[in-house]
Design a protein around this ligand. Structure first.
Ligand SMILES: [Zn+2]
Length: 325
């Protein structure tokens, strides 16, 4: 059920038209939406004294190539540091492309990938192997599946040597970012950061504009993470998918998030919770995403948020362990 849902959720993404600009302090390489092949998450590229700091690497080869083009053709600077906000493959599959070209770049992430490779992603790997055994698999789908498999088998490009464990200032590429770790939120441990000079918050899938991707999420930890984001100093927030947000946008999105979770915790029909999301989050999804967003907003309530306590706790363990209460 989770695998079915994640494959559906990861088929959604926003398209932004934000363009790359030479010498800009940061550039948004927007995610790409394709309902057939799955999305890429947003990538943010910072200019730094030692090179580029790249946050998230997307899923598809074209997304990774756009990052490499920005480095090699537009700025002529190497990637000094690659950051992963979380382990989902629409944010990490391109790691190996970037690290193959810039092997000196450091990988900065939480330690959650390790457990994901042994759990959720081990099941993804099994599914990929089974798919490749099907002789009728079309060539383009085969190439994408082989790309996924190669990423899953490249531990050095996925697992950081020194995981980020705690909040605090962190020097990346020769400039200082404020890094936060959110336990048991969208994944077992999400990383998000503030770029103080730009007043920018880059938060990965702690904010997905269209609808929170709850496949590996934990309600309480996620709410705490959003509290922490609200408490930080920033003026623009880049979500994991969708357009950048102002503080007012974020506040409205947060309100929709809370209402939706409150509905899921109550006795209303899942379809009613989805209707509430559609109304409260209007403007955060495109018209041509409406049908899929509504489906996901209902399916997450029915299949994930109202799953058995055991299933829910699978993603809330870190938060429970970290909770002093
Ligand atoms: Zn994502």
């Amino acid at each position: 059920m989770r695998n079915l849902t994640v494959s559906l959720c990861l088929s959604l993404c926003a398209c932004s038209t934000t363009g790359a600009a030479q010498n800009a302090p940061y550039v948004l390489q927007p995610g790409h939406m394709d309902l057939e092949i799955g999305p890429d998450g947003n990538t943010v590229i910072f200019d730094a004294p030692d090179g580029l700091v790249v946050v998230d690497s997307g899923r598809h080869a074209a997304h990774a190539q756009a990052i490499l083009d920005h480095a090699e053709t537009i700025t002529g600077k190497p990637v000094a540091t690659l950051v992963n906000s979380h382990w989902h493959l629409d944010h990490t599959t391109g790691n190996r492309d970037i690290l193959a070209r810039f092997p000196q770049a450091g990988l900065v992430a939480t330690g959650a990938m390790e457990a994901a490779l042994a759990g959720f992603l081990a099941r993804s790997r099994t599914a990929a192997v089974e798919r490749l055994a099907d002789p009728t698999l079309p060539a383009d789908a085969r190439a994408r599946t082989q790309r996924t498999l190669a990423a899953l088998d490249d531990r050095a490009a996925m697992v950081p040597a020194n995981p980020v464990l705690a909040d605090g200032p962190l020097e990346l590429g020769g400039r200082t970012f404020i890094v936060h770790v959110a336990p048991a939120a969208a994944t077992e441990a999400d990383l998000w950061l503030i770029a103080p000079d730009e007043g920018l918050a880059v938060v990965g899938d702690l904010v997905v504009a269209q609808v929170p991707f709850f496949d590996t999420g934990c309600e309480d930890g996620w709410r705490r993470a959003l509290d922490a984001i609200a408490a930080e100093q920033w003026t623009t927030l880049v979500p994991g998918h969708g357009e950048p947000m102002t503080r007012a946008d974020f506040t409205r999105w947060r309100s929709a998030f809370d209402s939706w979770l409150d509905c899921a915790a109550g006795k209303a029909e899942a379809s009613g919770c989805a209707e509430g999301w559609m109304a409260n989050a209007a403007g955060f999804y495109a018209e041509d995403e409406r049908e899929n967003v509504r489906y996901l907003a209902e399916a997450y309530v029915a299949e994930v948020l109202r799953a058995s306590a055991d299933q829910r706790m699978a993603y809330c363990v870190t938060a429970a362990a970290a909770d002093p209460a």
